[in-house]
Design a protein around this ligand. Structure first.
Ligand SMILES: Nc1ncnc2c1ncn2[C@@H]1O[C@H](COP(=O)(O)OP(=O)(O)O)[C@@H](O)[C@H]1O
Ligand SMILES: [Mg+2]
Length: 448
């Protein structure tokens, strides 16, 4: 604090001492006010609000003790320095107890002591003021911080409430999702089940389709020999009727008898031949049909069986110029599943007719069979349109067809694949190039 602005109240009943102090302190730049006793001292204190008070103890009207205690009732901070001539320790103690800061004795021998005490008191006061400022500042800061903390606490609480809500929502969403996944899984399982059922129905209908071909083959193939037998029988019946007439008349000659006998023998031969042919066909068709439907295992001759199969396909082939060559050892007897063979080759030949020879007038199918170390090697070739590489990899996949619009199921080759690899424990491979026909290489162990 600059000394010019410092106001000092000097209270003493001895004019000389007051004047001395006044002169001395004014010289140092303090503003000094004077009072001659406690009463005036209080009055001037209220009037000027001094920064420091110098007070004597023994004074008339109101002494220094009374002055100090009265000032301290409303001002605890102003420095009060007692200057007394009594020199009593008890005075010192009382004055300090009432709130004086320092105590100097009169007569004042060295004014510098007063000046020193004033400076120290002012410094101490300054420190107290600063300390108080600091305290109240600190309180303000604490208050601000507390408020900020409270605010962020509220924010935090809001955030917690919001998070909790979000968590609840998420949990609910998760549950919903799980339920939906469960529902979808059940739906998917059901549709997979349906798909399996449809697939096995389709496979069944594919099997029935080749059986249907067989039945129509039966009808046609026995119609011809039966027709011939019927014609021969009615011819024979006419001949017998004619002969009976002759027999009853008188002109019966030996030549008539010869002719009648000849005709009868020839006709009977034709009838017998055609009826047994029809019976044979019925038998072989029966075998094929039973094989296909029952799936039973038995001993059979492979070449003969191939011929039976071809015969059953005759109605499909007879209006075309397509040719089927079979090259197979005639003595190859196998104990296996003939139904599987008839299904496999019916499917392969049908595919050649429908897909391979689409747009081909006279196609050729070559079936070559060789026995090699108890492995039956079969190559099946047609010289049709072949397959593009992209389709070749899918040919055995179920439902792969390039003829869906005209009723293809895409199951034929899958059935062939399953029969060869599962029923006959063999393998099948397919080679083809667009425009260059198709080749199937089939290997089946002779002994299953
Ligand atoms: N001999 C063949 N020549 C050309 N393509 C063929 C031949 N055999 C089969 N394919 C092809 O393989 C596909 C699958 O045959 P497949 O499984 O029997 O079904 P689908 O005959 O019902 O179409 C056919 O759609 C056809 O594209
Ligand atoms: Mg097919």
């Amino acid at each position: 604090m600059e000394s010019e602005s410092v106001k000092i109240l000097c209270i003493d009943d001895e004019d000389m001492i007051r004047q001395n102090l006044y002169d001395y302190l004014e010289d140092f730049g303090y503003t000094v006010m004077q009072a001659c006793d406690g009463v005036e001292g209080i009055h001037k204190f209220r009037l000027f609000n001094p920064d420091l008070v110098l007070v004597d103890l023994r004074m008339p009207n109101m002494d220094g003790f009374q002055f100090i205690s009265s000032i301290r009732t409303f001002n605890t901070e102003v420095p009060i320095i007692v200057i007394s001539g009594t020199g009593l320790i008890q005075d010192v103690i009382d004055a300090l107890r009432l709130g004086a800061w320092d105590y100097l004795t009169k007569p004042i021998e060295d004014m510098a002591i007063v000046e020193y005490s004033i400076k120290k008191a002012l410094e101490k006061r300054q420190l107290i003021i600063e300390n108080n400022n600091y305290k109240s500042n600190l309180e303000k800061i604490v208050e601000l911080r507390t408020k900020a903390l409270n605010d962020s606490n509220i924010l935090l609480n809001n955030e917690i409430i919001y998070r909790n809500k979000a968590e609840q929502a998420l949990k609910k969403l998760n549950e919903d999702l799980e339920n939906r996944v469960k529902e979808r899984t059940i739906e998917l399982e059901n549709s997979l089940d349906n798909l399996q059922k449809t697939k096995s129905k389709l496979i069944q209908s594919e099997k029935l389709a080749s059986l249907g071909v067989l039945v129509s083959g039966v009808a046609h193939e026995i119609n011809t020999p039966l027709g011939v037998a019927v014609t021969a029988t009615s011819f024979l019946s006419d001949t017998v009727t004619d002969y009976l007439e002759l027999y009853n008349s008188i002109d019966l000659k030996k030549s008539d008898l010869d002719k009648f006998l000849n005709t009868t023998v020839e006709s009977t031969k034709i009838i017998l031949k055609n009826l047994s042919r029809a019976a044979e066909r019925v038998n072989s068709f029966k075998k094929l049909a039973v094989d296909q439907t029952s799936g039973e295992r038995r001993l059979f001759n492979l070449l003969e069986y191939f011929n039976d199969i071809l015969e059953s396909l005759h109605p499909k082939l007879k209006h075309t110029k397509h040719i089927i060559h079979i090259d197979c050892p005639s003595n190859l007897e196998i104990d296996s599943f003939p139904g599987a063979y008839s299904q496999i080759f019916t499917n392969l030949i049908f595919n050649s007719l429908i897909h391979g020879f689409d747009g081909v007038e006279a196609g050729v199918i070559d079936i070559n069979v060789q026995l090699d170390n108890d492995i039956i090697n079969i190559t099946y070739k047609d010289n049709g349109v072949g397959i593009i590489a992209d389709h070749l990899t899918k040919i055995f996949d179920p439902f792969f067809t390039t003829k869906r619009s005209s009723g293809g199921t895409g199951l034929g080759m899958n059935i062939v694949y399953n029969l060869i690899t599962r029923t006959l424990n063999g393998s099948i491979d397919c080679k083809s190039e667009a425009g260059n026909g198709i080749e199937f290489i089939i290997q089946i162990p002779k002994y299953l």
